[in-house]
Design a protein around this ligand. Structure first.
Ligand SMILES: [Zn+2]
Length: 475
């Protein structure tokens, strides 16, 4: 039976426009999903949008739309952005989907049966201009970050609470027994220290707005944020629970590594194996924000550079596994596109396919292929070290280019050398599929092989090769 692999991304809040920061995470998740597909695993990949809450209700009102109209439009932008980047989930989940409301209801009922939900009073800092609570953490000098100089009120309302405090020891035990639950390591240490300080119970309903899932235990309340958004991973599982990895940004670490496992434990569900908490990208040296006006749609970037060049740059350039921040620079993207994709990969395929078309190939033992570090590449991908995996693949491309230079098949017309090169290009193209699927598929079509991990070590069967089209035009 095939192994199962379930990967999710964070769901994006529809009150913002999709940008390269969101895209980075989706590209990583898509590459992981494709890697497991390539290995023959049964794969589920879930992404989507978070669509409820006061801010969305207000934004819809400001745009003169109903909340439903508003979220239909904005979620579509995210969907289109991922499609342009060849990020292909099995399901694009929306928290306004009907099946999600049903799962949320069941989830809450299970926690209530466990005795983990009670009614109390929520007190918080309320910005009248935002018409929303501002968390202590988001206050800037005691003021709303969006409305400096305006009054912040302390207000209170009736709310239901989840007994998060009860799960302190359970969580500390989880991090100890399963350190891989919070990756990378640096993030885990932060979380352990904060959880050791103690946990407050979690307010999980509101009465001050109604754009949300009705709280099943009390019709006057709507379910607030975490008991809605986090549960999407369970709604979308389709027989794949528990998830192998939740990919998320470091701003979401606390919710996914503290609230979520406690909620799952309370409801009696298994825990995901890993949460990977990555760093943020700036764009051309600047923080990406609406107010700076530098939110560029990934669709626009794809039109400019092509999906594969963006995917390649995102996966090759940043050491994802460290969880560090990085800068998405168009200048560096272009340099890598030209130097690595066009000059190294593109030229190799074009040269070899051209010579193979003219001279044909003759099957032999492929000694060149022995220099491909296949096992190491697999290990690196499993460790989220996509940059290093791509580095090894491109080191092998260098070896192939050097082989062309030293063997001079354009003079010798040696069909065996050409066979080794064609067969090696096949291996490279298959391995590159998770990263740059469009290019990989183009090569596979031209050379006539299947994209399947098992094919890497099998000799290529085709006898006639046609000269390849240009894979990457220089920018
Ligand atoms: Zn405000």
């Amino acid at each position: 039976m095939a192994k199962k692999f379930y990967v999710t991304t964070a769901i994006d809040y529809v009150n913002a426009e999709p940008h390269i920061g969101h895209a980075y995470q989706k590209i990583v998740a898509d590459a992981l999903a494709r890697w497991h597909k390539l290995l023959g695993d049964e794969v589920r990949f879930l992404t989507g949008t978070d669509e409820h809450g006061k801010k969305v209700q207000n934004a819809a009102k400001a745009a003169g739309k109903s909340p439903k109209e508003f979220v239909d439009e904005t979620s579509k932008k995210f969907k289109e952005a991922w499609k342009a980047l060849n990020v292909i989930p099995n399901r694009f989940i929306r928290t306004t989907d009907k099946d999600h409301a049903k799962i949320v209801k069941e989830f809450i009922e299970k926690c209530e049966k466990k005795g983990d939900i009670y009614k109390g009073t929520y007190e918080g800092n309320y910005c009248v201009n935002c018409e929303a609570y501002v968390t202590e953490k988001d206050l800037v000098d005691g003021e709303c970050p969006y409305h400096p100089g305006k009054k912040i009120e302390k207000i209170s309302e009736e709310s239901y609470f989840f007994k998060l405090s009860k799960y302190q020891n359970f969580l500390l035990d989880l991090y100890k027994k399963h350190p891989e639950f919070v990756l990378p390591d640096s993030r885990r240490n932060e979380i352990i220290n904060r959880v050791k300080d103690g946990l407050n119970d979690l307010s999980i309903t509101r009465t001050s707005f109604d754009w949300g899932i009705p709280f099943p235990l009390d019709k006057k309340h709507v379910t607030y944020v975490w008991f809605d958004a986090l549960i999407n991973y369970y709604t979308g599982e389709d027989g794949f629970w528990p998830a192998d990895v939740h990919i998320l940004g470091k701003d979401n670490t606390w919710f996914h590594t503290v609230y979520w496992p406690a909620m799952l434990k309370s409801a009696g569900y298994k825990l995901p194996k890993t949460t990977f908490n990555h760093g943020f990208l700036t764009f051309n040296g600047q923080k990406i924000s609406k107010s700076l006006g530098n939110v560029i749609s990934p669709v626009v970037l794809v039109e400019k550079y092509g999906a594969d060049s963006i995917r390649y740059y995102a996966l090759r350039h940043f050491p994802f596994a460290n969880g560090d921040d990085g800068d998405f620079s168009e200048e560096v993207l272009v340099r890598r596109h030209n130097d690595e994709l066009a000059n190294k990969l593109g030229n190799l395929v074009s040269r070899v396919s051209n010579l193979a078309e003219k001279n044909g190939i003759a099957k032999c033992e492929n000694k060149l292929l022995k220099k491909l570090k296949l096992k190491e590449i697999g290990k690196l991908i499993d460790n989220f070290e996509f940059d290093k995996a791509l580095n090894l693949i491109f080191e092998f491309i260098d070896v192939c280019n050097e082989y062309v230079q030293s063997e001079k098949p354009w003079e010798t017309k040696d069909k065996k050398v050409l066979y080794e090169l064609v067969d090696s290009i096949k291996a490279v193209a298959i391995l590159l599929w998770p990263f740059i699927p469009e290019t990989s598929e183009k090569i596979a079509k031209g050379f006539g092989f299947k994209i399947d991990y098992k094919e890497i070590v099998k000799g290529i069967k085709v006898k006639r090769i046609k000269k390849s089209e240009i894979l990457f035009k220089k920018i």
